[in-house]
Design a protein around this ligand. Structure first.
Ligand code: HEC
Length: 186
């Protein structure tokens, strides 16, 4: 047999095996109909079960949407975060933020150097220092302008850890430039 024919025979043999394997599946025994037909309420529908006659329930009192909770937590100043949180924040910052904002958060990075404006700014400016922690968490979560969201890469806990580390870094960098004019690292 020529190589091409051999390959075809191989594919055919493989598909026969696959079909055979599928035939063993117990799908015909699955009770799809009972799953499709199970009783459920429609949104805004009526309910004889609840005293107010409505199927939809009001959230328990005191419940707040996650976004609102995030804004409210702006008042939670990160004063003395535990060392483990700072250490975690440091690794996350160096993995996810430093590439654009620089290892020292001063806006000096290869990416910033090569990017068109608006470039990733220094995070050591009075402006960036003035952001409440919740605002920085929101920027990481939602992104800002050309900065993408890092919600998929950083859990909520990690975002707070990054902010705690950044706040610590801002305190330590006493000689921060007043404004950001990113240049290429030496
Ligand atoms: C891909 C590059 C990039 C990465 C990575 C990145 N940023 Fe940004 N960031 C930017 C850009 C660009 C801006 C400016 C956005 C604008 O103003 O349009 C910005 C703005 C900000 C600002 C607002 C600063 C100000 O003065 O307005 C904060 C705070 C910030 N980033 C924090 C972070 C943190 C924390 C991380 C890591 C989780 C991060 N960024 C990762 C590109 C990046």
């Amino acid at each position: 047999m020529r190589p091409r024919m051999l390959a075809r025979a191989g594919v055919l043999a493989a598909s026969v095996v696959t079909v055979d394997a599928c035939a063993d599946r117990p799908s015909k025994h699955w009770d799809w109909e009972r799953m499709r037909a199970q009783p459920r309420y429609e949104s805004y529908g009526a309910s004889a079960y609840f005293a107010d006659g409505m199927a939809m329930r009001a959230p328990p009192s005191g419940t707040v949407p996650r976004q609102v909770q995030m804004a409210a937590s702006e008042s939670l100043a990160v004063t003395a975060p535990p060392a483990a949180m700072l250490a975690r924040g440091a690794t996350r910052f160096h993995i996810f933020c430093a590439v654009c904002h620089g290892e020292r958060a001063d806006g000096v990075s290869i990416v910033a150097h090569n990017m068109d404006a608006p470039k990733p700014p220094s995070l050591l400016t009075p402006r960036a220092r003035g952001f409440p922690p919740g605002q920085v968490v929101a920027i990481i979560t939602l992104g800002l302008g050309r900065m993408p969201s890092y919600a998929a890469e950083l859990s909520a806990k990690d975002r707070w850890a990054v902010v705690a580390y950044l706040r610590d870094l801002q305190h330590r960098e006493s000689n921060a430039p007043a404004d950001s004019t990113p240049t290429a690292p030496q």
